[in-house]
Ligand binder design. Structure first.
Ligand code: IPE
Ligand code: IPE
Ligand code: MG
Length: 225
């Protein structure tokens, strides 16, 4: 009966949330970013959850119309600037996974500055997956260890972007789709997975709380009996 140490969320459904009420998709992303703050602060206040990883932008999301991609990057920049105090006031360490090289230098600098400023914070490590795709991450990892002999599982884990964070205990996807969309394939190999229909901007803490309660009841056997 253990609480999840690492919770990861595929935050899906922003676009549909907006369209449902006759708004532009981008307004759904705005609303979704407010939800990021709310859920992150909640997890920081819970003493038993140490890691929260949020899928914010995938390696596949570049396929979206340029206007939406540009908006998402603008939103990320605004978020990094505006939320600094959320991290400091709540003792949250900021981290990222994904290939940051795709972003412009201004964004990269803001990301690195926030990481530096929050590196000693201890209530929660919040990891944003930015230009993240599991296959891309694994390919980069293989390249970084290609000269090594007899590669074992630990070598691979240590070459992934997640080398400093443990595997995912509880994976939640909002928005009704039942797929992983290239998210943490290695790190979720033994996660408990919950798919919920609620669109990300509508997800409430009570629903997450209920999932955690259900998670705690699961007998995680890891192949044992
Ligand atoms: C998830 O919401 C956010 C990102 C992928 C950036 P979507 O934008 O995928 O929302 P839907 O799935 O179209 O509703
Ligand atoms: C997954 O959502 C990516 C993020 C939440 C950032 P998508 O909406 O991009 O995934 P698909 O296209 O439905 O698989
Ligand atoms: Mg989607």
């Amino acid at each position: 009966m253990n609480n999840p140490n690492h919770i990861a969320i595929i935050m899906d459904g922003n676009g549909r949330w907006a369209l449902k009420q006759g708004l532009l998709r981008n307004l759904g992303h705005n609303k979704g970013s407010e939800k990021v703050r709310e859920i992150t602060i909640y997890m920081a206040k819970r003493k038993d959850v140490s890691y929260l990883t949020l899928y914010a932008f995938s390696t596949e999301n570049w396929k979206r119309p340029k206007k939406e991609v540009d908006f998402l990057i603008l939103l990320l920049n605004k978020y990094l600037k505006k939320e600094e105090k959320t991290y400091t006031e709540n003792n949250i360490k900021f981290n990222t996974i994904g290939d940051l090289k795709a972003f412009d230098i201004k964004t990269i600098n803001m990301i690195e500055e926030l990481k530096e400023k929050t590196k000693n914070n201890t209530s929660l490590t919040q990891t944003l997956a930015l230009n993240y795709g599991s296959k891309n991450e694994i390919a980069r990892a293989f390249n970084s260890i290609k000269n090594k002999q007899d590669i074992n599982e630990e070598d691979i884990s240590n070459a992934l972007d997640t080398k400093d964070i443990p595997d995912v205990d509880l994976l939640i996807r909002s928005g009704g789709e039942k797929r992983l969309s290239n998210f943490m394939l290695w790190q979720s190999s033994y996660s408990e997975i919950f798919f919920i229909d609620t669109l990300w901007p509508d997800v409430e803490i009570d629903e997450i709380e209920k999932i955690i309660k259900d998670f705690v009841k699961i007998h995680r056997k890891f192949g044992n009996i």
